[in-house]
Write a protein that binds this ligand. Structure first.
Ligand SMILES: [Fe+2]
Ligand SMILES: [Fe+2]
Length: 170
């Protein structure tokens, strides 16, 4: 059941996000741009909220000294949320819109790389396989439940309070 390993599912979404940004940057039609961007913006929120709900609480439990990485990840998620929100301040396809979109792309791509380098490998190594599979199923259920970012506020989370809340298994 390796394909249900949560680390694998997260990685696949990271690849899909990189592809989507590249595809969007190749588009010229404003209606299509707006549609594809809205879709990606929603998916980025489902991904970040899903990690905060399903993944990072278990990283804190399974991997020693992961508090710093977790706090950093929630900070990054907030930066991505802010960057995504700022895209909506501009008319689709205009120069400032593109500048905001590229800012969101940069914040996202930096964060994906950090998770892939610092966060996912130790979890894959230290968390038992049945837990990784169980979390993978919960990850997919979260995605289904929140398709199109349904039911998600998109609000920033306080990184320190998040770590405090989840560090002791509560
Ligand atoms: Fe993340
Ligand atoms: Fe991620």
């Amino acid at each position: 059941m390796a394909d249900l390993d949560i680390t694998q599912l997260i990685l696949s979404e990271h690849d899909a996000f990189r592809r989507s940004f590249t595809e969007i940057e190749a588009l010229t039609d404003a209606a299509e741009l707006g549609r594809r961007w809205d879709e990606l913006a929603d998916q980025l929120e489902v991904h970040a909220a899903g990690e905060e709900e399903v993944f990072y609480p278990h990283l804190l439990q399974e991997v020693d000294d992961s508090e710093g990485d977790t706090e950093h990840a929630v900070k990054d998620h907030n930066e991505i949320r802010d960057a995504v929100r700022s895209v909506a301040d501009h008319e689709v396809g205009t120069d400032p819109w593109w500048a905001a979109l590229r800012g969101a792309r940069e914040a996202t791509v930096d964060h994906l790389g950090e998770e892939e380098q610092d966060v996912l490998p130790p979890f894959k190594e230290q968390a038992p396989e049945d837990l990784r599979t169980d979390l993978g199923m919960r990850w997919l259920a979260f995605r289904d439940a929140h398709d199109g970012a349904r039911g998600l506020s998109g609000d920033d989370k306080d990184p320190e309070a998040y770590v405090e809340e989840h560090a002791n298994g509560s």
